[in-house]
Design a protein around this ligand. Sequence first.
Ligand code: V47
Length: 364
Amino acid sequence: MRQRLAAARLTDIAEKLEAGERLTLEDGVRLFDAPDLYAVGWLANREREKRHGSRTFYNHNIRLEATNVCVASCLFCSFARLKEGDPGSYTMSLEQAWDKLRQRQHEPLTEVHIVNSLHPDLPFSYYTDLLAGLKRIRPDVHLKAFTAVEIAFYADLYGRTDEDVLRALMAAGLDSLPGGGAEIFAERVRRKICHDKCDGDRWLAIHRTAHRLGMRSNVTMLYGHIETPEERVDHMLRARALQDETGGFQAFIPLAFHPDNNQMRKLPAPTAADTLRVHAVARLVLDNIPHIKAFWIATGIDVAQVSLWFGVDDLDGTVQEEKIYHMAGARTPEAMTTAQIRALVDAAGRQPCERDTLYNLIPA
Ligand code: V47
């Protein structure tokens, strides 16, 4: 491998990693530019195995998207509808939302992952009642809910501080924050693809506050649209800097842009090679975030399987009903059983480990 790394001009980066030194912005960009994808993957796999050996984590979760009515106009989004009553718009009643969990009350699921849109007319009590009702049905289930973008929107709409919103949601049952809404932190990209929602600094500030209040969270990165390699690495470095301060991020999740039915539909979807490389570079740059997750709905099942040799140690979970990616053209199934996830991890030569949201292992 030494010769191969030398031919790819990656020897100095390999040596830095061996010495436990941090990679810089320039190193990260070189990893994106290096033609030898396998060499980059080999380095990422070495870091993955140092941390996790062969273990590959997944959980038994469901997705709940209670409304898609949204005042924001993100160019990449195929899920949102501007107004109540627009074709394809919906807002679940609380009973309908709670029913999604009631229907699965006896399944051994451990997490409900809630993602909504920015609805201008719902009272704040809709969200607190939503959480409290889910906890009444299954007190043991972890509620990972509301992106930082939603928290910022509620704060502005209801005239509260970000911290106050977080505290009120926690009192109602919120356990952690998902990593959505991060997109690309760089101002240039955000101005173009999602100009009317919270900016990168506020997104990070909300996660900083959530960590201080005792919650864990994730961080995503939407890639494969108009961002440059520098902007990808810059995004990772901003997450890494916050992680140095708080230690509260559990997983970094690259999200492959899906171009169907949205305003960026002229762009091609990222290739499998791009997807493998983004996950690998994330593993190498993010030395302080424990898990790199391939969200199989977004990468596709086949690429998720291969990614387990390119730095990835987590596959998200069973998911059940997914709308955001399927409305944007994803051809993956909308759900997998735990047996299917275990089988695909086994077939990739890795060891499947069921976890809860906080990475406690669930005995098989
Ligand atoms: O923030 C929206 C992305 C995210 C498209 O925390 C799109 O465990 C690609 O954040 N093409 C929501 N991506 C999903 C999300 C997530 C997923 C899995 C696990 C976790 C976690 C979080 O979906 C949005 C946005 O970046 N998105 N539209 C699209 N057309």
